[in-house]
Design a protein around this ligand. Structure first.
Ligand code: P1T
Length: 383
């Protein structure tokens, strides 16, 4: 296992043939409970909130992809959504503790810290973690967690994970990295020193827009024990059917990510060269302020492209209403292309705050359809 590469790990980690039947595919263990020989004497499973074999396979697969191989310290806890994963991380904190969040982040993450955890005494501040000294300026005596999203949603900013880890660890704060946009195929935050990686598995990991889920992976044994305890104590677990969908989707993560990136990079170049477009954000473009850092920190630039049409808000609204292949919808990371305007869709909860996104911003999740068809679709819709 240790010498296996990413593509091989995705297909084999946690997925040995079923010992009972030889089934090549991990069965969907649709059971809530497990018979015991005597009280407490069982085959490792008691109740499916605590553990379920289909979920165990998914957790082993995901942990291995983030560099936590079977037998190593730490592991993965799979959750019922990305926000459930973020909530579990929030429960690591105590009233009076303080969190620094990157000032561009998924709207729901921001809402969880600002409108839910804040009511339970967890203080928070937003900071531009791409700036030199941005984190240092936001630290407080009780800063216990730094929440990094990179690339950020929706402005695709790139945060230097190793640098943030250096500052955070010097004041004994933990670093959690939301790796949803990059996926472990393009970015390995634990290798860069992060304490935890969080995913909305709903996106690229699942890859087919057919299930909502999340995950946290850590290589710290103590943190893993606490998160595993919280997963059972709070209960936001995925059912076995969803665990199966994620296991299946993740097998093809590498090939999908390569194609997402090829298509996104061609689309970013098309948009950048078109006068109907005022501004384009894609970390693979030399014009992107985080390009060099992304090239160093990631092994690819991902499948998300954000841009502002030259005609402002009206142009943005009419563009997203005119595409045929890019469906107007929230979410991202599926094989089909999606398009949206974050300010009045996915990021409404940041309206009027430091995290505000431009009203005429258009975000595209570039799928794996034929790139020429995607470019024609955008070309036509730009009018
Ligand atoms: O939707 P859920 O699985 O709960 O994941 C939340 C989440 C966390 N982190 C990032 C970076 C995300 O993009 C998301 C969900 N985002 C969308 C639904 C969206 O369209 O941006």
């Amino acid at each position: 296992m240790t010498e296996d590469r990413f593509e091989t790990i995705a297909i084999h980690a946690g997925q040995d043939p079923d010992p009972a039947t030889g089934s090549v595919i991990v069965p969907i263990y649709a059971t809530s409970t497990y018979v015991q020989e005597a009280p407490g004497v069982h085959k490792g499973y008691e109740y499916s909130r605590s553990d379920n074999p289909t979920r165990t396979a998914l957790q082993t697969q995901l942990a291995a992809l983030e560099g936590v191989l079977p037998g190593a310290d730490g592991g993965c806890v799979a959750t019922s959504s990305g926000l459930a994963a973020t909530s579990l991380i929030g429960y690591l904190l105590k009233p009076g503790d303080h969190v620094v969040i990157s000032n561009d982040a998924y709207g729901g993450t921001f809402r969880l810290f600002a409108s839910v955890l804040a009511d339970h005494g967890i203080e928070w501040s937003a900071a531009d973690l791409t700036l030199d000294g941005g984190l240092e300026a936001a630290l407080k005596p009780r800063t216990k967690l730094v929440w990094v999203e990179t690339p950020t949603n929706p402005l695709l900013r790139i945060v230097d994970i190793a640098k943030i880890v250096g500052v955070a660890h010097s004041v004994e704060a933990m670093v959690a990295v939301d790796n949803t946009f990059a996926t472990p195929f393009f970015q390995q935050p634990l290798e860069l020193g992060a304490d935890m990686v969080m995913h909305s598995s709903t996106k690229y990991l699942g890859g087919h827009s057919d299930a909502v889920g999340g995950a946290i992976i850590t290589n710290n044994a103590e943190l893993y024990d606490r998160l595993k305890f919280l997963q059972n104590a709070l209960g936001p677990v995925p059912g076995p059917f969803d665990a199966y969908l994620f296991l299946r989707g993740i097998k093809t993560l590498a090939v999908r990510m390569e194609r997402h990136e090829q298509n996104a990079s061609a689309i970013a170049r098309f948009l950048e060269s078109d006068s109907r477009v005022a501004q384009v954000w894609y970390p693979g473009l030399a014009s992107h302020p985080g390009h060099e850092l992304a090239a160093r920190q990631m092994t690819g630039f991902g499948g998300m492209v954000s841009f502002r049409p030259s005609g402002g808000l009206d142009a943005a609204n009419s563009l997203v209403g005119r595409t045929r292949l890019f469906f107007l919808a929230e979410s991202l990371g599926g094989v089909e292309s999606l398009i949206e305007t974050p300010a009045n869709m996915t990021h409404m909860s940041v309206d009027g705050t430091d995290l505000e996104v431009p009203a005429d911003l258009v975000r595209a999740s570039v799928g794996i359809e034929h790139v020429d068809d995607l470019i024609s679709d955008l070309d036509r819709a730009l009018g």
